[in-house]
Design a binder for this molecule. Structure first.
Ligand code: NAD
Length: 508
């Protein structure tokens, strides 16, 4: 499309040869016993950018066994919080030192812009530092009012061996939302990244060793969801699974984990609305909506894929968003000026297009985009910024996660209607409200069914603030104190003080 801002120029060179990612089991990097590998072709450039060991049951069993032994012998779980924090802080330093290397491979495997990958990979160091600080805060409760002769304590203990399964859209960031918090709690881990983006997780292995993490405490197995992830979810020696990915796979994992009743934490999909009132700063709101829908090409659990805009300002507001959409720089991810990159696979691009075509058939009107996008010189695995109006709540486009740069516009007249539309969803990850009236914002925040409510902003997040979803967007929380608690069990210790116990058996 001529009137879009498409950048084809490439200013950062591709690496001379593909990266080879290996498993990391019991402290050693290794290939698969049968020599199997997978290949990743860059979504944006169509060239081979990495090869990876392709694991199976044998590697998964070995990794789980190593994590089990490492947990049970206490080499990590019985260290002081201070000692664990020192290791996590050293990992954070190493992540910062390696941020550019990580960012380049993440860009090439995922198709996201280099600038964004730099922010994600370098920024993950802060997650590790925050988790390190929490490692020194593990404390329970005491009960000192149970009577003179009784005292009880509630101890927090690491839950044990944790399986960590991550998606392709923010591979290094999502790993950072889970792994350092599990390690801070004293758990040992088996990690499986997405088969499409294995390399940054594999690169972390060397940093863990250099930082002094004992062998076996974190193990990484590369491979497909089935068999590797499936075994990690059902294995007897695993105490907890933490998963980020699609709602469908989240349900499969929950069933697989059910036989052993292990704990399951899930971060799943979303259909996140931003509600815009006429009294809002419309310039800011339009910019935030544009950011919310195109960030990571909409391949983002927090994508604000629908807006619910007051009918009095709908025409003006949609015109603003369409104008901004034309200015966003779509194109070559290896150009630091690019804001929006490629779609992860050809299949996914076709799914996005099918969602849009289905919406048009159902009566939605295309205000912008609605088709694949060619970036001169590097190919066609891109999608145009797309804005759809006339979307009604019964349409699939209003309800299903598209995971692409596609915005659906709905309208409302009253706050009650806006809240009804917001909550008319199977998902409940995040929601946003734009208004200058604090009462409107607070009422919305209280009534919206979502794990996070943003008011007059979108997608601001902090390692200190918990993140997660309600309804079919997930269960459990990541980040902050609550994120640490997910990886801990409570144990109650009840003690009698002095020999005051009345015998149960009566003396003859
Ligand atoms: P996906 O569910 O296809 O895959 C995620 C991971 O699960 C991959 O590592 C995959 O190999 C593995 N997997 C697949 N089948 C499995 C099985 N049977 N058992 C165990 N593991 C299995 O998701 P995706 O396409 O990689 O990511 C996109 C999805 O992730 C979207 O729905 C998005 O909303 C969601 N997501 C959610 C959050 C959040 O924090 N809520 C963040 C990012 C992405």
């Amino acid at each position: 499309m001529k009137d879009l801002n498409v950048l084809s120029e490439q200013t950062v060179a591709l690496p001379a040869s593909p990266y080879h990612a290996r498993h990391f089991i019991d402290g050693a990097a290794c290939d698969s016993a049968d020599g199997a590998t997978s290949e990743r072709i860059s979504p944006s450039h169509g060239v081979l950018v990495s090869t990876a060991a392709l694991g199976g049951p044998r590697e998964t069993e070995a990794a789980i066994g190593a994590a089990r032994r490492a947990f049970d012998d206490g080499r990590w779980s019985r260290l002081s919080g201070k000692a664990r924090a020192e290791v996590l802080n050293r990992v954070a330093d190493l992540i910062e030192q390696n941020a550019e290397r990580l960012a380049v491979i993440e860009t090439l495997e995922s198709g996201k812009p280099l600038t964004q990958a730099r922010g994600e990979c370098g920024g993950a160091a802060d997650l590790w530092r925050h988790a390190a600080s929490l490692a020194r805060t593990v404390q329970g409760d005491s009960h000192n009012a149970l009577g003179d002769d009784m005292l009880a304590m509630v101890l927090k203990e690491p839950i044990g061996v944790v399986s960590i399964i991550t998606p392709w859209n923010f591979p290094f960031w999502i790993l950072g939302q889970k792994l350092p918090f599990a390690l801070a709690a004293g758990c040992t881990c088996v990690v499986k990244p997405s088969e499409m983006t294995p390399s940054t997780t594999a690169m972390l292995a060397g940093m863990l060793t250099e930082a002094g993490l004992p062998a076996g405490v974190c193990n990484i197995v590369l491979g497909h969801g089935d068999p590797v992830g499936a075994l990690m979810a059902r294995h007897d020696d695993v105490d907890m699974v933490t998963f980020t990915g699609s709602t469908g796979v989240g349900k499969t994992i929950t069933k697989a984990a059910g036989d052993t009743l292990k704990k399951v934490a899930l971060e799943l999909g979303g259909k996140n609305p931003q509600v815009i009132f006429p009294d809002a700063d419309l310039e800011q709101a339009a910019d935030a909506v544009t950011f919310g829908v195109y960030f990571n090409v909409g391949q983002c659990c927090n994508s604000s894929s629908r807006i619910i805009v007051h009918e009095d300002i709908a025409d003006d507001f949609v015109a603003r968003v369409v104008a901004l959409s034309r200015q966003v720089a779509f194109g070559n991810p290896m150009n630091p000026d690019t804001q929006v990159g490629a779609i992860v696979t050809k299949d996914h691009q076709a799914k996005i297009d099918a969602h849009v075509k289905g919406a048009v058939e159902a009566g939605a009107e295309v205000c912008l985009g609605g088709a694949a996008l060619d970036v001169p010189g590097i190919g066609g695995q891109f999608y145009q910024p797309t804005v759809l109006r006339g979307v009604t709540p019964d349409m699939a486009i209003a309800r299903e996660e598209v995971f692409g740069p596609v915005l659906s516009v709905q309208t409302f007249k009253t706050l009650d209607q806006a809240i009804t539309l917001t909550n008319d969803a199977t998902y409940g990850l995040s929601a946003g409200i734009w208004s200058d009236n604090v009462h409107t914002c607070l009422e919305f925040a209280r009534r919206a069914q979502a794990g996070t409510v943003w008011t007059n902003t979108w997608m601001d997040g902090f390692p200190d603030v918990p993140f997660g979803g309600v309804k079919q967007s997930g269960q459990g929380r990541e980040l902050g104190r609550y994120g640490l608690d997910e990886f801990m069990e409570l144990k109650s210790v009840v003690m009698r003080v002095g020999k005051t116990r009345t015998p149960w058996v009566k003396a003859p």
